[in-house]
Every structure is written in structure tokens, then in C-alpha cells.
Design a protein around this ligand. Structure first.
Ligand code: ZN
Length: 187
């Protein structure tokens, strides 16, 4: 039983073959990573002094794709000084390499955050969330009762909760010797 890991997925569409990867940081809070880089991050992301800097910061960093070069520079400066734990080291290293490649060659870097969810006994639940910034709307394990349109409190995107909610079971077919799992959509 565990929450799904909120990975940042990245892609460089301009390289051939296309380079992509993902990373996740569990060893440090965004507060620590970005405290020395607040000014550059704020400027690159348009975060004004009236906005609480750390509120939903992780969602904010990856909600617009591709990243502007100003954002890439600000992120690079912060992550270069960050020392991830050993299990996260190679993925972070690959992301820094991607930032360097894009900054050097003028390439675009596509980014997206994986949606908020939970996996338990083969059932994967994706909670209703904003399709743009992935901010969770409701931690519910069943279809949202109130499906009226709402506006995301971070990015202002309008969405219906049912559009991003899903529940799936991965199981082995009983009458089949295949080890391949099949997906069943749950209500
Ligand atoms: Zn949003």
C-alpha cells in the first residue's frame, strides 16, 4: 500500500533518438533545495512577493511545458548544488545533463509531473486532479460525487473531477496461462 511516486518526466524532442527520463526527490524538501535560489526561481516563474513562495511550488515548477531557458537556468543552479541520495543520484544526474544539452543547443525541454495516486493490491487509483499542474482536488477512492466544474486554486484551469479520476485493477486472467496482466477499469 503506497502513494504513487510523483515523478517529474522530461523529454528533449529535438534529439535523435529522443532523450527522456524521470526523477523523484525524496531526500530533501523543496524548501531546502530552493531556499538559496528563491529570487531566480521567482523571477523565472513569475512568482511575486505577494504569493506564498513554497505553496504548491513543486507543482508550479513543472506545470508549463516546455520550460523556458530562464526556468532551465534557475533550476540548473538549484539542482547543481543539491546532493540527492544514492538511489536518486543517476536520475538527477541525467536531468542535469538534459538541462545542459538544452541550454547549450537551444533545445526545448518538455516536462510533466505524474498525477497524484495510490496503489494497493494491484489497484491503482488516480485521484481527481488539475490536468495542467496535477494539484490534487480530492483524495477519494471512489468516483467523485460532486462532478461540477471547478477552477484549480494554483493555475486557474477549469476541469471536472471525473475527467482525471480513474481506478484500475491489474490482474492475471484466471483461464489463461499467460503471465501477462490485463487491466480492468473499476467504477
Ligand atoms: Zn492547476
Amino acid at each position: 500500500m503506497s502513494g504513487l511516486i510523483p515523478y517529474v518526466h522530461w523529454t528533449i524532442p529535438d534529439t535523435s533518438p529522443q532523450k527522456s527520463g524521470r526523477f523523484y526527490i525524496s531526500s530533501e524538501s523543496p524548501e531546502k533545495i530552493f531556499s538559496e535560489h528563491r529570487e531566480a526561481i521567482s523571477k523565472a516563474y513569475g512568482i511575486t512577493e505577494r504569493m506564498p513562495f513554497y505553496s504548491f511550488l513543486w507543482n508550479r515548477l513543472w506545470m508549463d511545458s516546455p520550460l523556458s531557458h530562464e526556468k532551465m537556468n534557475a533550476l540548473r543552479a538549484a539542482f547543481v548544488e543539491f546532493h540527492p541520495n544514492r538511489s536518486e543520484e543517476s536520475e538527477m544526474h541525467a536531468f542535469l545533463g538534459a538541462l545542459d544539452t538544452c541550454l547549450r543547443n537551444g533545445f526545448e525541454l518538455g516536462v510533466s509531473l505524474s498525477p497524484p495516486g495510490h496503489a494497493d493490491l494491484g489497484v491503482t487509483t488516480i485521484f481527481p486532479h488539475c490536468p495542467k499542474c496535477k494539484l490534487v482536488n480530492e483524495w477519494t477512492f471512489s468516483a467523485p460525487l460532486d462532478d461540477s466544474a471547478r477552477r484549480c486554486e494554483l493555475c486557474g484551469t477549469e476541469f471536472r473531477p471525473s475527467a482525471t479520476y480513474s481506478r484500475q485493477l491489474w490482474e492475471r486472467p484466471k483461464d489463461n496461462k499467460s503471465t501477462e496482466k490485463v487491466r480492468r477499469i473499476l467504477p
